[in-house]
Design a protein around this ligand. Sequence first.
Ligand code: KIV
Length: 270
Amino acid sequence: MKTSNFPKITTHVLQEMKLKGEKIAMLTAYDYSMAKIIDFAGIDVILVGDSASNVMAGHKTTLPITLNEMIYHASSVMRAVERALVVVDLPFGTYQGNSREALSSAIRIMKESNANAVKMEGGREIKDSIDRILSAGIPVMGHLGLTPQSINKFGTYVVRAREEEEANCLREDAKLLEEAGCFSIVLEKIPSALAKEVTESIKIPTIGIGAGNHVDGQVLVIHDMLGINHDFSPRFLRRYHNLFDEMKGAVEMYIHDVKSLDFPNEREQY
Ligand code: KIV
């Protein structure tokens, strides 16, 4: 079921959805086949997240993934997608240094993958980079709250902005990103009341992950919501399937059929 009547999702459509009170559904994808399925299902936004570093490459953090690897994932997704807006994470180390480098990273993503927008983690500290990328006509999605690229600074993945000082900083950063011209902001793992306040205080849509229900949309990592990743169970995650066990069961049956000479049978050969 398509959740919106819009044939092709653009950043302007997301803005209209916020105005109409229609929630935005976003999921991650990193390859052609998965992107084809979720686009066909009617997802509004596909995020080629740097969580690919964890779920596709098996790293412990999002830090190791490279710009070339993100472009590879994004190009594969773009070959499948017809309707969803595709946003690609700028990976760690490709935009924090200086705004020229940030612009050249964003341009590489847009040119080489054909994606629709980039996402960047942070607020005031990356404002110059955001300004420069926006001035080149590249749409930017912000990302505040728990920003996994800063895990070595935080030291833990617990809920952010519970204290007033950090919450204030986040409120200001959300305004700053809106004023800079970002088209949307991901709010990750912050108290629901703060996410509601931020969502009501800005005109651009907020997309929450672990930020409660009073945001303009939700995002989950596809491997988590399908239960492919079965050893990650944060409170905010709703699992819609247990694909780890289902796929394991199918592979066990295949192994059994091969070893018992049941596969292939007469109808399955030439
Ligand atoms: O990389 C990612 O998957 C993300 C989402 C968790 C928002 O940034």
